[in-house]
Design a protein around this ligand. Structure first.
Ligand code: NAD
Length: 423
């Protein structure tokens, strides 16, 4: 339960995060004086984003940037454009970034931003105006050494390009390192677009091997067919797995023989969703959870796997492409049923890892090849998932708790070694 006066809702993603911290606390007794640091954001900014719409009217949108923890370096985390964005969600997402950058041992803290808007309802010009005004409202707390945004749900490389341009105008010179996930010709990194999906695949491959689940012929269910879900799906299909069901905001499609992703790609480009695809049958959104599957990849939004759904899921392995998709009681239910969960803070860390590479390349103005990026990404992800696996075996705990032990230990040691100002 939150003890912050500005968070009254006690069942949102922030509560899920707090419960995860309570579960790891007994393993961190040597740092217990500092645990409370993780239960509150360092800084939370709420901004009004007024824009002139194409029809001449003025509309106001609510924007946020939360810096959860900066003990290990500048804030890092995406920007979400979605109608359900609120402070509770952005705080939780920023906190998961703190844990994630620490699990991967990247020299960053955790942050996240968002605007409460449905970007699909804006014209391209309105989207640009919204992005530029939001950037200008948060510009005093972001920067290459302060806090570096990136894409998340509803934002993409073009949005990052506008952020970079708006911030640079205010500084009087081009500052490529203020944001990652930019277009490649604006200082973006090769391999960034595919990095999160690739990380889901790499960690999934490692853990599937450990639990002796062959990827050849494995049946996979994917929720969310955006940046993360689609890239992960392509890589699993290349390894001989079958994608038997996909759900997105336009519907749920099912084909027990395996959905043809090349045909789906053509359909998706025209229709901006999977609903109505002729190469599979439509099923209800709730039936998605009980499809016969070996691997489940939630890659849409948080709070998707409830206890009721966890009881139906037939997967042996859950790969959390999305942030915070599983409620703590559903986590317990899945584990009790023998399901292995690769938690978000390691599973979807491929994006922030290549974002780190992008930031380093921007600082050096020297760019690496895609092969080099992928090799470095695979090496860091394999090392991190093996460390998490080893800690889970040693402490006899879940992979989530193990990842939190590794991450929180690094964050709290940094907090302790820096000391509390003014002492
Ligand atoms: P995206 O905007 O590219 O795709 C989001 C997908 O979710 C879309 O397919 C959309 O249709 C689907 N979706 C939205 N609402 C839904 C609903 N109610 N039911 C079913 N599907 C729904 O976003 P993304 O970048 O792929 O992000 C997906 C998840 O991965 C988010 O939780 C995000 O925080 C996380 N993530 C993204 C990155 C990244 O690099 N993009 C990195 C780490 C984690």
């Amino acid at each position: 339960m939150s003890n912050l006066s500005y968070i009254s809702q006690n069942n949102g993603p922030w509560s899920t995060y707090l419960e995860q911290i309570d579960r790891v606390a007994p393993y961190l007794e040597h740092l217990e004086d500092y645990i409370d640091t993780l239960k509150r954001p360092k800084r939370a900014l709420i901004v009004d984003v007024p824009i002139v719409m194409d029809d001449g009217t003025i509309q106001h949108f609510e924007g946020y940037r939360v810096q959860h923890n900066l003990s290990r370096g500048p804030g890092k985390g995406g920007i979400r454009y979605h109608p359900d964005v609120d402070l509770n969600e952005v705080m939780a997402l920023s906190a998961w970034m703190t844990i994630k950058t620490a699990v991967l041992n990247l020299p960053f803290g955790g942050a996240k931003g968002g605007v409460r808007v449905d970007p699909r309802k804006l014209s391209p010009r309105e989207l640009e105006r919204l992005t530029r005004r939001y950037t200008s409202e948060i510009s005093h707390i972001i920067g290459p050494q302060k806090d570096i945004p990136a894409p998340d749900v509803g934002t993409n490389a073009n949005v990052m390009g506008w952020i970079m341009d708006t911030y640079s105008s205010g500084q009087g010179h081009t500052v490529t390192g203020v944001v990652t996930g930019k277009p490649v010709h604006l200082g973006g990194s090769l391999g960034r677009v595919k990095a999160t999906g690739r990380g889901v695949f790499i960690t999934g491959q490692q853990v599937a091997d450990k639990i002796k689940l062959p990827l050849e012929g494995a049946k996979i269910a994917v929720q969310g067919f955006g940046n993360v879900g689609s890239e992960a799906a392509y890589l699993f299909v290349e390894s001989g797995s079958k994608i038997v069901t996909i759900q997105d905001h336009t519907g749920t499609i099912y084909n027990p023989e395996g959905i043809n992703l090349e045909e789906l790609k053509v359909y998706f480009e025209k229709n901006q969703g999977v609903g109505g695809f002729a190469g599979a049958q439509a099923i209800s959104d709730e039936d998605f959870w009980s499809v016969e599957m070996d691997i489940l990849i939630p890659a849409a939004l948080e709070g998707q796997i409830t206890v009721e759904r966890a009881e139906k899921i037939t997967a042996k392995l859950v790969l959390e492409g999305a942030n915070g998709p599983t409620y703590p009681d559903a986590d317990d239910m899945l584990i009790k049923r023998g399901v292995t969960i690769v938690p978000d803070v390691i599973c979807n860390a491929g994006g922030v890892t290549v974002s780190y590479f992008e930031w380093v390349q921007d600082m050096a103005s020297y760019f690496w090849s895609e092969d080099e990026i992928n090799q470095r990404l695979d090496k860091l992800m394999i090392q991190a998932i093996n460390d998490v696996w080893h800690t889970a075996s040693e402490k006899a705990c879940s992979l989530r708790t193990a990842a939190f032990i590794l991450g929180c230990e690094r964050i709290l040691k940094a907090r302790m070694e820096r000391g509390i100002f003014p002492g």
